[in-house]
Design a protein around this ligand. Structure first.
Ligand SMILES: Cc1cc2nc3c(=O)[nH]c(=O)nc-3n(C[C@H](O)[C@H](O)[C@H](O)COP(=O)(O)OP(=O)(O)OC[C@H]3O[C@@H](n4cnc5c(N)ncnc54)[C@H](O)[C@@H]3O)c2cc1C
Length: 250
């Protein structure tokens, strides 16, 4: 927070990121400073509630909640980001998402003031939260429900194994490139348009899952962007669907 305030005073641009798992960064780099939330890792466990800082690992939180028999984050076990990133992105998978767990969010606003936003003051939609670009999430309180420990851990295990089977976890990538359009899947459309396995430079549409672009070794951000633009154009022409990007480009 102090670093951000100093940057503001000195009129140096400051970029806030979590674990960088959903980001494509320009080849030229970013002007100013980049602040990561990884040092914000405090956590307090209550009765089916947890107060957790933005830099805490979402996957770790999911596992720890599951070990306690707390239900709610089963979907999150294989999502590689931070809690703050997950709140801002309303991260989700397998029918679950962050929004139903969130009781409140403490965030730093652009004018430098802190505010605790109650759930009723926040709007969430598919992979979006009304705080995105407006404020920096510092901590959040999440509420779980009572569940069966073994069942929760089994669901997580199954979800993890689905990810290993269907996602190219062995190669660097930034997760799903495009949002799923209503009632359809971006991966299905991209595959049907014939893009699976195609490359520009070191960026390749994964042969495992067409909505992932992997770095085969020397990809530049410009390669990934060029591939994304070509896919968007082609899917629009072939299916009349405008794919919206999910990956954040900085
Ligand atoms: C292999 C793989 C699988 C994935 N699977 C899923 C999935 O199933 N479901 C899903 O939803 N996502 C998935 N993702 C994407 C990503 O993990 C999530 O979006 C995650 O929530 C991003 O968290 P992060 O901390 O890495 O955010 P970052 O990538 O660092 O940032 C993402 C955006 O959030 C902003 N941001 C980050 N932290 C904060 C904060 N504290 N306050 C304000 N803004 C902030 C950044 O400025 C940026 O705009 C996957 C990614 C990978 C690589």
């Amino acid at each position: 927070m102090i670093a951000w305030q100093r940057a503001q005073q000195a009129k140096i641009p400051a970029w806030l990121i979590g674990r960088g798992s959903n980001l494509l960064i320009a080849d030229e780099g970013l002007p100013g400073i980049v602040l990561m939330t990884t040092a914000l890792r405090a956590i307090q466990w209550g009765e089916y509630r947890v107060q957790v800082e933005a830099g805490y690992s979402l996957a770790r939180l999911a596992q720890e909640a599951g070990e306690r028999g707390w239900s709610g984050l089963e979907f999150a076990r294989g999502i590689p980001g931070s809690v703050g990133g997950a709140v801002i992105m309303n991260a989700g998978a397998y029918g679950g998402e962050m929004a139903p767990l969130i009781r409140n969010v403490t965030a730093l606003r652009a004018d430098g003031t802190l505010k605790k936003f109650e759930r009723s003051e926040l709007e969430f939609a598919y992979r979006s939260c009304s705080l995105r670009g407006q404020a920096w999430v510092l901590e959040t309180q999440l509420e779980f429900s009572a569940g069966d420990r073994e069942q929760i851990l089994n669901i997580m295990k199954e979800n993890l194994s689905r990810r290993t089977t269907y996602q190219p976890l062995e190669k660097p990538n930034a997760g799903s490139v495009f949002r799923n359009p209503p009632g359809d899947s971006a991966g299905r459309l991209i595959e049907a348009a014939g893009w699976k396995g195609k490359s520009i430079g070191g960026a390749q549409v994964s042969t495992k899952h067409a909505n992932f672009i992997v770095n085969t070794g020397n990809a530049k951000a410009k390669d990934v962007l060029a591939l994304m633009e070509d896919i968007q154009r082609d899917v629009q022409v072939k299916f009349g669907v405008t794919l919206q990007t999910e990956v954040a480009y900085l």
